[in-house]
Design a protein around this ligand. Sequence first.
Ligand SMILES: NC(=O)c1ccc[n+]([C@@H]2O[C@H](COP(=O)([O-])OP(=O)(O)OC[C@H]3O[C@@H](n4cnc5c(N)ncnc54)[C@H](O)[C@@H]3O)[C@@H](O)[C@H]2O)c1
Length: 509
Amino acid sequence: MAWVADLPAALWDDTDNNELPHRSSLRLLENDTELGPGHAVHATIQASGDGRYSFWMNVVYFSSSDGSDPNTNGRTYAVERAPEHLDSKSVLRAIKPADGIQWSAPDRPLRCALLGLGNRGRALARIVAGSAGVEIAWLVDAAPARVAQVQAEFDLPDARSGTDFSAALEDPAVDAVFILLPDHLHRVAAEQAFRAGKHVFLEKPIATTADDGKAIVAAWMASGSVLQLGFVLRWAPFYQAIRNVIRQGQLGPIRVISLSEQLSVVHGASFLRRWHADAGQSGGLIVHKSCHDLDLACWLLESRPRIVGSLGGSSTFHKPAPAPFCSQCAVRATCPYADTGLHEHRTEAERADPTAHGLDRCVFRLDDPIVDNQVVSFELENGTRGTYYLAMQGPVRSERRITLIGDAARLDGIFEDGRFTVAYTDPGREPLVWTTKGRKLGGHGGGDLSSVTSFLNACVGRAPSPIRKVEDALAGLVFAAAAERSRTSHQMVTLQDKDFQVDGAPTTA
Ligand SMILES: NC(=O)c1ccc[n+]([C@@H]2O[C@H](COP(=O)([O-])OP(=O)(O)OC[C@H]3O[C@@H](n4cnc5c(N)ncnc54)[C@H](O)[C@@H]3O)[C@@H](O)[C@H]2O)c1
């Protein structure tokens, strides 16, 4: 039932591929009537026809509405982009979560090193260890107890291990490394990894300062290696679907974007402890945590910040500590911020004595190393104006919200609910409701699995590097660092082209 036709190069940027199997806004018409569903699985088009189609890379796989041969049935087949005014049913059909990223064992094992086996290290170790044909060749952590724990938990007795990541990076047998270390160590590890020719999955924020981020990007550009960043929300079906709605022009020109993250008190308090509470090691909370959301503003709207202003400070936590550590504190039982151990992975020794590593350090202090609320206002180069806030006060659940206001519609969503709605300016038009329907998607709403899998596919040559443009790598960090500069200087910050470029390097890998 399936036929294939070449597409002109001008359409290749608007087709599906392995990483973005539902991104295309192209529609196929037979004698001016839309065929469908689009984004169809190729085997199903072949087996069942019925007008199914798929715009895939540089071709369209398709079937006619009744199984007849399109070469001889006398009908006309045409491609068009989804118009701004689709009825809601067609829109719903076009928007699907990007969860179709596949992984299968490569011809030879892909050998990986995991650097840093804390919270993130264990979360990604689970995904990597569960990927067929991927070998965890090295486990590295400054704390030997964490190495032993991950080795036992994921049954990796043959993995080499150590406390110094240089040894793993110099091992010629290693193809790819996951840098899951505290933020201030990203630069030294990433530069060394690229110099050694490794493919790199680098956790967000890319670095703690824009200069360090640029140095990493320069090393990457010189290496020809694959780069993936821990901006996992870009890979979550929720945000992928919002990007589809925007790309389809459903909202019209977007005038305002509003993003927020409210952290539950326990989650928020975890940033007042360990290395997170040292802005020198994390870049400050807006860089460490909010780079996700500021990156999303750029990625969703395919633009970058021009003017950034920010205010923030420590409100709830600015008071004298009743005791240095929760385990020694008389008011522990009634303190909502008391350490629960829920937000850090701990070894047995750390559980027995949390004070030893600052794990249950009191969150109250007068030197305010970390804000507990911050707001950002900004204008993007495409003219969209936006706001973002981060707060650690209030109800129990951590929650990210997004609103986009365009001339044609308004979109409102809550990431944790896996649901957004689009209300149209045209009163006759039925609102759109998108939901994950309670499907279990895994960490970061499916973003963890998809981002790692797309990285693995690129490492074995099945897909291009997930990050290809310098600006794509730097935007979230440059944006967040500008917000922090604005907060501390009480000045608006204006960004220029050079802030998103690396001296002497091309803009695309
Ligand atoms: N993508 C996301 O949503 C997301 C979520 C959480 C954290 N992160 C990022 O992941 C990274 C790790 O964060 P985390 O929460 O897992 O921190 P963590 O403190 O739980 O883990 C860091 C680990 O690195 C080890 N380490 C420290 N210095 C080392 C060194 N010199 N050599 C080897 N090991 C060393 C520590 O012992 C610890 O086990 C950070 O960059 C963080 O910003 C990303």
